[in-house]
Structure formats: structure tokens, C-alpha cells
Design a protein around this ligand. Structure first.
Ligand code: NAD
Ligand code: MG
Length: 412
């Protein structure tokens, strides 16, 4: 029987072993799911810090319920509005603002676990701050890994940080790895990784209709409820391309060892094939509370609030090859993964700019891949990977993508 959630309260002297959690991106989809899981286990975790961008009303509600010691809003004005509400309510919560505030709470000594759930490249520096402070880092925010996965993994090994993937596919792969496996280490006996993909909302949409699809249609994912940026990525299949790059960084596999398998039911979250022919799959309802609870409790298990998988209701599992002609973002991501160096960072930056322009109705859905291809063509990638080079290439790719968006917009 499911346990009734208890009201969350700060740790007391009798709860010394509760682990401190900071959530970067607490007001987003993953952040809210994380708080829902934590609310089921008030004796085991304390919320140390929460961060958001502009949504100060939601942040205030979270502060009232979870009593963190610090709340950070990236936006200065939102921080001032949150501070006023917190002061009026008489809550003993420090309010910070800006990127420095994000990096600060990611490395607080009271924090044992950092959930990295900011969307996009904006999460890179706070996530690195958590890694360098040697925390257990739960990686939902995939863009930093795409931009600089090998650097993040190296830094984690150096600082003794634990990297646990939250992206459902990568969490599934991690669960199918040998029990002693740690992210970033070489593994014995793995032949390849089967990365599953729902196919997104346009799996059956004819190529000719894709130019007309709207942001609302692109954000209506058949199986998962997600933020708008990742929803569009799921519709273009760039999400799977980013996940391919993410898998190579996290699990020490080459792009050739990762096979993308379209599986519309989203019940198998990914698989690992071993050299003896065994294929291990992780299955469950498509609900992000499962990977979140897995990574919070690892290596133990705890309740997540997710219902049992009803296989009789699922009835069948289908598998298809992805259609790279209708979804050209996949081939762009494979090419960037093979090139390595800063190519994935360039791909990611161009994609972020293109997706924002599509959501703002400035370019068509099919222009997203065109913008990324143009930027990759225009800009040579560096083979050497260092944080200053990654950040410089990210910035340059954004400029080129913005120019390409402006050109397409005028032509539209
Ligand atoms: P979301 O848009 O719902 O939430 C994003 C969070 O980041 C919010 O708290 C927002 O305030 C904050 N944020 C936005 N811009 C920021 C900035 N510039 N600086 C600081 N904070 C900022 O997104 P989401 O769906 O929760 O996804 C978060 C991350 O997790 C993404 O990288 C996504 O790819 C990844 N992810 C999400 C899911 C999912 O099911 N939602 C699954 C796998 C991976
Ligand atoms: Mg995923």
C-alpha cells in the first residue's frame, strides 16, 4: 500500500543521517518531480537549497513547503519579489540571485546531493561547481554533458563526485550495467547499448506535413510530460541525438556501439547487450519519479509513488528503426558524436537557438535542422576540449545560429 506523504520538515538532531539535497531548476518539471519524491521521505532527506529562473510564486510555495536554508532566483527582479514575500511571511530563508548564487548553492557543505535540472547550457557552470565539490550529482540536465561530457567525467573522477544519470534512458543503462559499475569507468563485457526512443509526437507524420507543425503540436508528447525545450527536442529526435552523445560520455562507448531503437510504448527505457549475447532491459511506467528515486536512494531502493507496471494493459512492445530522412537531426548528432571535440557543443548551441526561435514562431519546425546544419558547416570544431574553448565555441555557434534564424525568418 502507498504511504501517505508526510509534511516535509527540516532535519532535527534526531535525524542526523538525513542527506542534504540542493535542486538546481526546482521550479521545472524535473525539479517538481524531485520535490514530490522527497516529500515521501521526510526523515531521509533535507532540502538545503532550491533554485529557479523567474517563477518566484512557485518558488515561494516550494519554500513554504520544504523550508530550504537558501533560495536562488537567476533573475534579479524575481529574487527581489521572492525576498519580499519571504520576509513578509517571516521565513528564515536566505534569497540569492544570479549565476554566482547558483554556483554557490551547488557546492554548499550541507549539501550531499545536487539535482542538476536546469534546462540547457545555463546548467553547465552550476553543475560543474557541484561536481568539483565532490557531491553526488543527479544529472537530468543533459546539455552540459553534450557540451563537455569528457571534461565533466574527468572532473568527477578527480573530485570523487558520483554521477548518477536521471535521463530515463541513461538511468536505465546505468541500472543494466554490472552492479559495481561507476559512471565514467571502463566496463568489461558490454558489447553495445540499445537506446530506446518513443519516436515523439510526429512518429507517423508524413514528411510533407512537418513544415507546418506548431509549437503546441510539438510539445504534446504522447508518453512524457516535460518542459518545452526538451519536448521540441523529442519531436525533432534531436533529444535522442543529444542522448547518444550523453551515453558515449557517461558509459565509455563509441557512437557505433549505440543503437537507437524506436519503441513507441516507452516501457523499456533502454538496454545493455553483453558479449555473451545477454540483453538486459530496465522497464517501468514512463514516469521520471522512478529514475529520480533510484538515484536519490542508490545503491538502495525507495518508494517513488509510481504505480506498478501493468503488462496486461501494455499488452505488446513494438520496435522500429528510426527514420533518418524525416528526422535529419539524428544524422547531425551522429556526425557531431563521431567528430568529438567541440562539435557536440556547437550542435547543442545551434539547437538551443533554433528551438527557441521555433517556439517563438520565428522559424518552421523543419528549419531547426537547417539552422544546425548551417552552423556546423560554417564553424570548424576544435579537437581539443577545455572549458574556455567549449564556452567560446558555444558563444560563437549561438551568434551564427541567430544569424541563420534571421536569414530564414526574412525568407519565410
Ligand atoms: P523545465 O523547462 O520544466 O525546467 C527548467 C528549470 O530550469 C526551471 O526551474 C527554470 O526556472 C530553470 N531555468 C531555466 N533557464 C534557466 C537559466 N538560464 N538559468 C538558471 N535556471 C534556469 O525543464 P525540464 O523538463 O524540467 O528539464 C530540465 C532538464 O532535464 C533539461 O536539460 C532536460 O533535457 C532534462 N530532462 C528532462 C526530462 C523530463 O521528463 N522533463 C527527462 C530527461 C531529461
Ligand atoms: Mg530521455
Amino acid at each position: 500500500m502507498a504511504r501517505r506523504p508526510l509534511p516535509f520538515r527540516p532535519a532535527t538532531a534526531t535525524q542526523r543521517r538525513a542527506r542534504g539535497v540542493t535542486i538546481l531548476g526546482a521550479t521545472g518539471t524535473i525539479g517538481v518531480n524531485t520535490l514530490n519524491v522527497l516529500a515521501m521521505h521526510p526523515a531521509d532527506f533535507t532540502v538545503v537549497a532550491l533554485t529557479g529562473n523567474t517563477q518566484f510564486e512557485r518558488m515561494f510555495e516550494q519554500c513554504v513547503q520544504f523550508a530550504p536554508q537558501t533560495a536562488v532566483m537567476l533573475d534579479e527582479q524575481a529574487a527581489a519579489q521572492l525576498r519580499a514575500k519571504i520576509d513578509a511571511a517571516g521565513l528564515p530563508i536566505e534569497v540569492l540571485s544570479g549565476a554566482a548564487g547558483l554556483a554557490q548553492v551547488a557546492s554548499l557543505p550541507q549539501t550531499d546531493i545536487v539535482m542538476a535540472a536546469i534546462v540547457g547550457a545555463a546548467g553547465l557552470l552550476p553543475t560543474l561547481s557541484a561536481i568539483r565539490a565532490g557531491k553526488r550529482v543527479l544529472l537530468a540536465n543533459k546539455e552540459p554533458l553534450v557540451m563537455s561530457g569528457p571534461l565533466c567525467v574527468q572532473e568527477a573522477l578527480k573530485a570523487g563526485a558520483e554521477l548518477l544519470p536521471i535521463d530515463s534512458e541513461h538511468n536505465a543503462i546505468f541500472q543494466c550495467m554490472p552492479p559495481s559499475y561507476r559512471t565514467g569507468e571502463p566496463h568489461a563485457g558490454v558489447r553495445r547499448v540499445l537506446l530506446t526512443c518513443s519516436g515523439g509526437p510526429f512518429r507517423e507524420t508524413p514528411a510533407a506535413a512537418l513544415a507546418q507543425v506548431t509549437p503546441e503540436q510539438a510539445c504534446a508528447h504522447p508518453n512524457w510530460v516535460m518542459g518545452r525545450k526538451i519536448s521540441v527536442d523529442s519531436a525533432t529526435l534531436m533529444n535522442k541525438g543529444l542522448e547518444l552523445i550523453e551515453a558515449c560520455a557517461l558509459f565509455d562507448v563509441t557512437p557505433e556501439q549505440v543503437e537507437i531503437v524506436v519503441h513507441p510504448q516507452s516501457v523499456i527505457h533502454s538496454m545493455v547487450e553483453y558479449v555473451d549475447g545477454s540483453v538486459l532491459a530496465q522497464m517501468g511506467n514512463p514516469d521520471m519519479r522512478t529514475p529520480i528515486a533510484h538515484a536519490l536512494a542508490w545503491p538502495e531502493r525507495m518508494e517513488s509513488g509510481v504505480n506498478s507496471l501493468d503488462l496486461f494493459q501494455v499488452a505488446r512492445l513494438d520496435f522500429e528503426r528510426p527514420d533518418s530522412a524525416r528526422f535529419p537531426c539524428l544524422a547531425l548528432a551522429y556526425a557531431a558524436a563521431r567528430s568529438g571535440g567541440t562539435a557536440p557543443a556547437i550542435l547543442n548551441a545551434a539547437n538551443e537557438v533554433a528551438v527557441a526561435a521555433f517556439l517563438a514562431r520565428r522559424i518552421r519546425f523543419t528549419d531547426i535542422a537547417a539552422v544546425i546544419a548551417a552552423v556546423l558547416d560554417d564553424m570548424p570544431a576544435a579537437s581539443e576540449l577545455s572549458m574556455p574553448i567549449v564556452l567560446a565555441h558555444d558563444a560563437r555557434a549561438r551568434e551564427l545560429a541567430a544569424a541563420e534564424v534571421a536569414r530564414l525568418e526574412v525568407g519565410a
